[in-house]
Design a protein around this ligand. Sequence first.
Ligand SMILES: CC(=O)c1csc(NC(=O)C2C[NH2+]C2)n1
Length: 130
Amino acid sequence: EQQEEDTLRELRLFLRCVTDRLILDRRFKAFSKPVDKEQVPDYLTVVRHPMDLSTVLSKIDRQKYITVREYLHDVDQIWENALEYNPEDDPYDRQIRHRACALKDTVHAIIKDELKEDFERSCEQIKETR
Ligand SMILES: CC(=O)c1csc(NC(=O)C2C[NH2+]C2)n1
């Protein structure tokens, strides 16, 4: 009903606000757009579930997230993919892993600080009834 739509609208606004801040952060530039398979041809053979911040924004707008938990699953996928594709002990791989860890810790810290527990609880309730 209308209260549910109001809640999901507020969720979308919150998730866009968080994602915009991540996209503005220069540390996370490598995670802001899908990896270009022309430039990195073996990427999709290694990474089974590609994800990036522009795709997350698009999923927000297409109303794919009913809960913050689902949103965090996708942002954590970005971190997981970066560790998987960049395992080497060379400076580039180490730097991109460091940035991926910063992305994951940053988004979880923002959510802990800015998301009210009962707001997420009401989103989970809506998810259960659908
Ligand atoms: C988004 C992401 O994780 C990414 C884009 S390019 C890349 N890694 C490389 O180009 C090579 C350096 N060792 C592999 N990782």
